[in-house]
Design a protein around this ligand. Structure first.
Ligand code: SF4
Length: 412
C-alpha cells in the first residue's frame, strides 16, 4: 500500500530549536519494510490545498496517518490543521489519527475514520494490517525491537537537508517524577529505557551517517542517574563521542560525577527543569528536587564549560512578588546561559488540569492568572515582569557568555 504519514502545521508558529516528530519517523520506519511510506511534514513544509490534493492523487495514496500533537518538547499543538487535513483526505482515502493529543483525550479525533487512543505502536500496526491484508506488519513485542529510525526518509525535505548535521535520538521514554504541571505524563506515564547495546548501536549508525549534533529527546535523560552514568561511560569506551556533540534535558537531581562524565562525553548543553526558587511552590508542583543543591550543581556545570539552560514557571496559586523575586534571584545565582520562563499553564493531560473545576475546562489549556481566578497576577503583568527581568539578565550575562564561548567554543 501507499501510506502517507502527515505532521500537520502547528496551530501557533513558534521559533524553536531543531527537531522533528520522533513518533512520525518511528511509525514510518516500522511500516516502510512492508509498504511504500511517504511523509509530509507541514511543521517545515508549506501547505497548499491544491498541491496537496494533487499529491494524494498522483502518488496513489491508499491510506493516511495524521499526527495530532500536543504542546510539550518545543512543538506546538497542531490539531486545527490536523482536523482540516483530515476533512480534505476523507474525500479520497481512509484516515487514521494518532499522536499525543489522541492519547491524552482518549476520544475520536475530528472526522478521522479511525483514532488510535493508546500510545502503543502495535495499535497503529493493527489498524494498518486491517487494510493491507496481503502484507502483514508484525507486532513489536519489546521497546528494543523498534528499529532505529530511518533518518534518510527526512532528507527529501529541504529543511532537514539544510540541517543534515542535526538529528534526534531517543534513549528512553517517560519520566516517573511527580510534577503536577507535566503534560507528558498524560501520554507516557511509565519510564522505559532502551538497553545500553541498543543505544550504542544507534549512535554508531548516527556517526556512520555523518551527523554531528545529537539532540537526545528523552523527557529526562538522568531520571535513572546510575544508568545515565553507565551509558556515558560505555559511549566513551567505544569512542562514540568523538566528533559528536550531545544535548540533553535533565532534572537537577544529578551530581558532579555525572557532570564530569557529561563534559568528557561532549554533552554541550543541559536543559534543566527547575521551575521555581521557592520551596513551597516546588512542593505544590510536586517537583521533587532539592533546591538547596541547585546553585552548586549549575555553577559547577558552568565552570567546566557545559552550557546551561534553566526552565522556570511563574504563576502558582500562592505566587507573590516575593516568590517571583526568589526565582529571579536563583536564576542570577546559578548564572544560566539561557532562561525559559513560562506562565503556569494548566495543560490537558496534566494532573493540574484534572484538578480544575469543570467550568474552567473550556479549552485544552488554561493560563494561571487573575483573569481565570487562578492567582493574583494579570497575564500581562506576568509577561511584563518576565520580559523586564530577562532583558536585564541577558545584558548582565553577555560578558559571561562571551567569555565562555571564547574558552569552550559555541555549543553547536
Ligand atoms: S521531571 Fe520533567 S519530564 Fe519528569 S515529570 Fe517533571 S516535568 Fe515531567
Amino acid at each position: 500500500m501507499n501510506i502517507l504519514v502527515i505532521y500537520p502545521q502547528p496551530d501557533k508558529l513558534k521559533k524553536s530549536r531543531f527537531g522533528f516528530s520522533y513518533e512520525m519517523l518511528t511509525i514510518s520506519t516500522v511500516l516502510e519494510k512492508y509498504h511504500n511510506v511517504h511523509i509530509k511534514d507541514f511543521s517545515c513544509e508549506s501547505f497548499d490545498i491544491f498541491d496537496f490534493v494533487e499529491y494524494i492523487r498522483s502518488e496513489n495514496i491508499d491510506i493516511a496517518l495524521i499526527e495530532c500533537d500536543s504542546y510539550a518538547l518545543k512543538r506546538s499543538q497542531n490539531i486545527l490543521h490536523a482536523a482540516k487535513i483530515i476533512d480534505i483526505l476523507n474525500q479520497y482515502v481512509p484516515t487514521i489519527a494518532y499522536g499525543n493529543y489522541c492519547y491524552i483525550t482518549k476520544r475520536n479525533f475530528g472526522n478521522a475514520k479511525y483514532t488510535i487512543i493508546e500510545n502503543e505502536i502495535n495499535n497503529i500496526i493493527n489498524c494498518i494490517n486491517q487494510f493491507g491484508k496481503d502484507n502483514i506488519v508484525p507486532y513489536i513485542d519489546a521497546y528494543d525491537e523498534i528499529p532505529y529510525i530511518n533518518r534518510d526518509i527526512l532528507l527529501k525535505i529541504p529543511y532537514y537537508q539544510e540541517n543534515k548535521r542535526n538529528t534526534l535520538l531517543q534513549t528512553s521514554k517517560g519520566c516517573e517524577n511527580t510534577c503536577i504541571f507535566c503534560q507528558r505524563k498524560g501520554w507516557q506515564s511509565c519510564y522505559f529505557p532502551h538497553s545500553d547495546d541498543y543505544v550504542l548501536g544507534e549512535i554508531k549508525e548516527i556517526k556512520r551517517k555523518g551527523y554531528q549534533n545529537v539532540w537526545i529527546t528523552d523527557e529526562n535523560f538522568t531520571f535513572n542517574l546510575f544508568r545515565a552514568k553507565r551509558l556515558l561511560n560505555k559511549i566513551m569506551q567505544a569512542n562514540l563521542h568523538e566528533n559528536l556533540c550531545f544535548f540533553i534535558s535533565s532534572w537537577a537531581n544529578i551530581d558532579e560525577e555525572f557532570l564530569n562524565l557529561a563534559k568528557e562525553c561532549n554533552i554541550r548543553i543541559i536543559s534543566f527543569g527547575i521551575e521555581s526558587g521557592n520551596k513551597e511552590i516546588l512542593q505544590f508542583y510536586k517537583k521533587n528536587i532539592n533546591i538547596n543543591k541547585v546553585p552548586s550543581i549549575i555553577q559547577y556545570a558552568n565552570s567546566i564549560g557545559i552550557f546551561t539552560v534553566g526552565n522556570f514557571i511563574i504563576g502558582a496559586p500562592m505566587e507573590t512578588e516575593d516568590t517571583i523575586n526568589e526565582t529571579f534571584e536563583l536564576i542570577k545565582k546559578c548564572e544560566f546561559d539561557q532562561i525559559n520562563i513560562k506562565n503556569l499553564d494548566y495543560m490537558i493531560g496534566s494532573a493540574l488540569y484534572e484538578s480544575l473545576n469543570d467550568e474552567l475546562k473550556t479549552e485544552d489549556h488554561i493560563f494561571a492568572c487573575f483573569e481565570n481566578g487562578l492567582n493574583k497576577f494579570r497575564l500581562n503583568d506576568i509577561k511584563k515582569k518576565k520580559d523586564t527581568f530577562l532583558s536585564e539578565y541577558y545584558k548582565l550575562h553577555r560578558l559571561v557568555i562571551e567569555k565562555k564561548i571564547k574558552i569552550y567554543g559555541t555549543p553547536f
